[in-house]
Write a protein that binds this ligand. Structure first.
Ligand code: ADP
Length: 534
């Protein structure tokens, strides 16, 4: 690594800090190919990262050259991200499940120097213009070297990009979010200040590597000197396997999207009692339907449940402990206040800051941990990195999140939905999230999603609901009457369909585009029974 000069704010330096202090402590506990748990110490992880970096450094790459890293979360994958970081090579994490077409589009878009794949993945056609390599516990092997270029850069600065994450599209068309070392390191230091995890923790990470929730888990675990426990996809396949793995790995903190918990809550909630080491559950990415959250509280009575809110453009904005028990009748979760060193402000449609409790507005985030910009898209960048509405003349740029929230009595925020989920019905502005929240208060409904679907003569409001494991039939008439009592008439769905589950994106969030398509289909399908009051 003789040519690497990473700044003090380099991701590698933060995450491998514990290697000097607790070198023998497990940095990663993971399942090997036979499912047997193995521990990789901080010292070994650091050596692996340095070995990989030495190989990469021999390839003649320049600071800023991109490396696509295709892997599930594992010690070698983490070592690869660290090796890229120390050399100033922005990494683009992609999951092995990424369809060929999407991967090709990412390769075409970011023109990486290298596509590095974890050992043992299924074969993929190589992209001709891109170097290729594979890596694992045995080392990093270059299969096809990238084209050598003249180096223009020497130092890796704090402002240099650490990674580019492509969003999954739940927030619009996928965008390449470029994050600097300074932003991600500042964010992770704030997590240390907030004490989200400590050296005694074993942090289970369940999201695919391409989702920044996985990087969050890696970052939080290693920067706190804790142990990262990546959970393999096959171990998430059934509630019994998932809980058995978390129990055997003695996990103390689990990170995952709300849908992670749905199968175990529906089919085998008693299994949760086996997680005797578990102290906290951090969920993020979308709203946790409150009926399911209540059940999780009941079945994990001694675990803190933490609502992480944020977007890839800032990694996260806030972490709010869910009150235990969640007060009866509370259907919107608090996303609280921003994490240490950041601030969330609500701004109304006239650009005015919302100060009166009960009123709603769009969330603007003021933070030193904001992304640099979207890859090759200055217009989209300027649309969300905007002058601070409080005092635009200062030139400070803040993140316009596109999320709508209500101001609480103590300045805390209650997430209501994305501004693009605000729809107009007969001239009235409607938050789809309000309808969904109402539906989840109807007995036996555990999750709900509402959308507008095209019908002759315009659009109509249609909802899908998931019922708890014990119930298979919804009394649609009663559910609609309930909505009519609770909501203005224009917010009452035209029809409600019971579905076994809501469709999910690759990152495990509700796939609203797909749901809208499914609900727009008028016929019954084997997977969905429809009843309607139309
Ligand atoms: P994508 O889903 O397209 O991959 P992101 O992961 O960046 O992109 O999605 C960020 C969005 O997810 C936020 O703007 C917000 O709408 C939603 N979100 C994230 N966390 C929460 C949460 N705790 N509660 C409600 N919504 C959330």
């Amino acid at each position: 690594m003789e040519r690497a000069h990473p700044s003090a704010q380099n991701l590698y330096r933060l995450l491998m800090g514990p290697a000097a202090v607790t070198p023998d402590k497990p940095a990663v506990v993971q399942a090997d190919e036979n499912g047997v748990l193995e521990a990789i110490s901080y010292r070994r992880l650091d050596l692996m990262a340095r070995d990989y970096a030495a190989v990469l450094d021999g390839l003649g790459l320049d600071v800023g050259d991109r490396v696509v890293v295709e892997a599930d979360t594992s010690a070698p994958a983490v070592a690869m991200l660290l090796a890229c970081s120390v050399l100033g090579l922005p990494f683009i994490p992609v999951s092995p499940q990424t369809p060929d077409t999407r991967l090709r589009s990412i390769l075409r878009t970011v023109e990486p120097a290298l596509h590095a794949r974890a050992d043992g993945l299924d074969h993929r056609e190589r992209a001709a213009a891109v170097g290729s390599a594979r890596f694992g516990l045995g080392g990093l092997v270059v299969e096809q070297p990238p084209v050598r270029k003249d180096r223009r850069r020497r130092d890796v600065l704090a402002t240099d990009p650490a990674y580019i994450i492509f969003t999954s599209g739940s927030t619009g068309r996928p965008k390449g979010v470029v994050m600097s070392h300074r932003a991600i390191v500042t964010f992770l230091r704030a997590m240390l200040d907030d004490g989200l995890a400590g050296p005694g923790d074993r942090v289970a990470s369940t999201s695919p590597l391409q989702f920044d929730f996985a990087l969050f888990g890696i970052g939080v675990a290693l920067s706190s000197g804790a142990t990262l426990v990546p959970v393999r996809r096959e171990d998430l396949a059934s509630p019994r396997r998932m809980i058995g793995f978390l129990r055997d790995a003695q996990v103390t903190q689990v990170h995952g999207v709300p849908s992670l918990w749905r199968p175990v809550l529906r089919h085998d909630p008693d299994l949760l009692a086996e997680l005797e080491h578990l102290r906290s559950v951090v969920f993020a990415g979308e709203e946790f339907p409150t009926p399911e959250l209540r059940r999780l509280q009941e079945t994990l009575p001694s675990a803190r449940l933490v609502n992480g809110y944020g977007a890839t453009e800032s990694m996260a904005a806030s972490f709010t402990e869910v009150p235990h028990p969640l007060p009866a009748g509370q259907e919107r979760l608090s996303i609280g206040h921003a994490h240490a060193g950041a601030e969330m402000t609500l701004v109304d449609e006239h650009g005015q800051v919302v100060t009166e409790p009960g009123l709603t507005g769009e969330i603007y985030l003021r933070s030193p941990a904001l992304f640099t910009g979207y890859w090759d898209d200055p217009e989209a960048t300027d649309a969300v990195l905007v002058p601070d509405p409080v005092e635009p003349r200062l030139g400070q740029r803040v993140l316009r999140t596109g999320d709508v929230a209500r101001l609480g009595a103590d300045g805390e925020l209650y997430f209501l939905g994305r501004s693009d989920y605000q729809v107009q019905i007969h001239g009235n502005r409607v938050e789809l999230g309000e309808i969904e929240g109402t539906l989840t208060r109807f007995p036996a409904v555990t999750a709900a999603a509402a959308t507008l679907v095209p019908r002759a003569g315009g659009h109509v409001l249609v909802a899908a609901v998931v019922l708890d494991g014990a119930r298979t039939q919804l009394d649609v008439g009663e559910a609609l009457e309930f909505c009519a009592r609770e909501l203005p008439s224009y917010m009452v769905p035209r029809s409600i369909r019971t579905v076994p589950e809501l469709p999910l994106t690759t990152n495990g969030k509700v796939d609203r585009a797909l749901l809208t398509q499914e609900l727009a289909a008028p016929r019954r399908t084997p997977a969905a029974r429809q009843a309607t009051n139309a």
